[in-house]
Design a protein around this ligand. Structure first.
Ligand code: GDP
Ligand code: MG
Length: 163
């Protein structure tokens, strides 16, 4: 079975920043479903000798608000269908938002391993908000910073334990 890690979450939480830190080499954007896969990027990563593909899901939730639930459902479903492990990224500086809860509703329907990743955990504000993410009901919250790299090693240790 392929080792595929999908990074999902609302726009601006830092998915692409983490993706760029993780991948060694980018694969061409796959485009077999126009308008749907357009914004998904694939890359290859490695951690403690384990190799995996990373999917960065795009920001097509932005824009028209009335279609956002449908867009979330589609984004998450596509990523989750392909993934072996799901990273659900939230913004520790912003705290829990309604949109995060919408994502969580869809993610909870998956049987695959999910890690809640509280990104931007690099200020005192972020430490204040971290506890809120336990309300998502998705278990342990991994506080990381995609810009400094803090916490990413512990998260990746867990992720590659599935491979
Ligand atoms: P995406 O829309 O989820 O892909 O988010 P981006 O990766 O584009 O990041 C959105 C913004 O958050 C950018 O301005 C990033 O520089 C910033 N950002 C991403 N990760 C971190 C982090 O760990 N700490 C801080 N302080 N800012 C971050
Ligand atoms: Mg992005």
């Amino acid at each position: 079975m392929a080792n595929i890690v999908a990074i999902v979450g609302r726009p601006n939480v830092g998915k692409s920043t983490f993706f760029n830190r993780l991948v060694e080499r980018r694969q061409a954007i796959m485009n077999n479903e126009p308008g749907v896969t357009r914004d998904r990027h694939y890359g290859y990563g490695e951690w403690i000798g384990k190799h995996f593909t990373v999917i960065d899901t795009g920001g097509y939730v932005e824009g028209s608000e009335d279609v956002f639930e449908e867009a979330i459902r589609r984004q998450v479903k596509l990523a989750v269908d392909e993934a072996s492990v799901i990273l659900f990224m939230v913004d520790a500086q912003m705290g829990l938002t309604g949109l995060d809860e919408e994502f969580a509703k869809v993610i909870r329907q998956s049987k695959k391993p999910v890690y809640v990743v509280a990104n931007k955990s690099d200020t005192t504000d972020s430490a204040f908000h971290e506890g809120e993410f336990y309300k998502l009901g998705l278990g342990e919250v991994y506080a990381i910073s995609s810009t400094t790299g803090s916490g990413t090693g512990d998260l990746l240790d867990e992720v590659v334990s599935h491979f």
